[in-house]
Write a protein that binds this ligand. Structure first.
Ligand SMILES: Nc1ncnc2c1ncn2[C@@H]1O[C@H](COP(=O)(O)OP(=O)(O)OP(=O)(O)O)[C@@H](O)[C@H]1O
Length: 359
């Protein structure tokens, strides 16, 4: 069995009596990109700082390639952990040239050929004698990557390193950065609060909430099989329909939904992403005749329709209880407010959870 490049076990960290990292376990395999994804304040940066060795955990262990680097007794200092850092606040030194900044990553050794080869790798060789203020944000980011790669780290920790860049440049730089890190076989642990960024970059997403990992998996699985309503809602706007279970089934205005294993009498939330609502015409009030997979159609009236470029966002007020549901459809369709339409919910695209509220 392959040894994880990074393994953290049962890490706990409190500040002022408040638990910020709560028995957290995480592994990253060589060449793998794992994104620690979660809302602001859930403890992502603290976790990364503990792994880097700039913060000390209260309990738990960290192993790199099977070697213990930190428990509560034994502690390898940050520079001995084979860990590279690209943090938002870990900027280039303004008074040093590009070459000197990269050489800093070599622990100050003035190894010109190695500096040149790193700068070539990130496409920045021609700026070797420039100063940071002469570079754009994206160029500075490339130099920061060269500096972080210089000591050949086994693991790269990245804390929202691209958030200062504008959208188009950010996509370009992060794709390039990942390609380089994968080529080098570096394991990457990247912190972000943006689901889109995590899905784009990660081999595996670790979804974090209140200091704990609530779900781990490939982006496709996390998006399509969320562990609870909050996890579903973290990735997109979400529609929720309420029901109550009787005999493993829930009756709703959209027909019956399966709720296997849920005890009778349990209130459930049925969650569906806006792009998975199916819309059909009114046909003089008769509506469509849906298939078994679509369940029953329910009528709503368009309250608002917004053109969003590739798609339209349509808000319906539902006849059955006046609630609002949102659908996204290709933007060739932009109905007028007041238009009656019928909505169906695809059974294979919705998630049924026991009702807990959104916390
Ligand atoms: N040194 C510290 N002393 C006291 N509280 C701290 C310290 N460091 C972090 N915290 C608290 O721990 C909580 C989690 O912070 P952390 O920076 O890890 O969250 P995060 O998930 O990275 O959030 P963000 O995405 O906003 O950076 C916050 O409430 C923060 O105020």
């Amino acid at each position: 069995m392959q040894i994880p490049r990074l393994e953290i076990r049962d890490i706990v960290k409190s500040f002022d009596g408040r638990v910020i990292v709560d028995h957290l376990n995480l592994t990253v395999m060589p060449g793998q990109v794992t994104c620690l994804l979660g809302p602001s304040g859930c403890g992502k940066s603290t976790t990364l700082r503990i792994i880097a060795g700039v913060e000390m955990q209260d309990s738990g262990t960290i192993h790199v390639d099977g070697q213990l680097v930190c428990d509560t007794v034994h502690r390898v200092p940050p520079e001995g952990r084979s860990i590279g850092l690209m943090f938002q606040d870990f900027a280039l030194f303004p008074h040093l040239t590009v070459a000197q900044n990269v050489a800093f990553g070599l622990h100050g050794k003035d190894n010109r050929p190695r500096v040149e080869s790193l700068l070539t790798r990130v496409g920045m060789l021609r700026y070797i004698d420039s100063y940071p203020h002469q570079l754009s944000g994206g160029e500075q980011q490339r130099v920061a990557l060269a500096r972080a790669l210089a000591p050949k780290p086994k693991i790269m920790l990245m804390d929202e390193p691209f958030s200062g860049l504008d959208d188009r440049l950010r996509d370009e730089i992060r794709d390039e950065t990942l390609e380089i890190l994968k080529d080098e076989g570096t394991a990457v642990l990247l912190v972000t609060h943006e689901p889109g960024e995590a899905m784009r970059m990660a081999d595996e997403i670790a979804l974090m909430r209140d200091g704990q990992i609530v779900q781990r998996g490939a982006p496709y699985n996390i998006y399509n099989a969320p562990v609870d309503l909050q996890a579903a809602a973290f990735f997109s706007d979400i529609n929720v329909i309420h029901g109550n279970v009787q005999g493993a089934l829930t009756d709703t205005p959209f027909g019956q939904f399966l709720a296997p294993g849920v005890p009778d009498g349990t209130d459930v939330d049925i969650a569906i992403r806006p792009q998975h609502l199916k819309i059909d015409f009114d046909r003089g009030g008769r509506g469509p005749s849906p298939t078994a997979q679509d369940g029953t159609a329910a009528r709503g009236v368009v309250q608002r329709a917004r053109f969003m470029g590739a798609s339209s966002l349509i808000e319906f007020r539902m006849d059955f209880d006046g609630s609002v549901l949102r659908a996204t459809v290709p933007s060739v369709f932009l109905p007028k407010p007041g238009t009656p339409l019928w909505i169906m919910i695809r059974r294979d695209r919705c998630f049924v959870f026991p009702h807990k509220g959104m916390g």
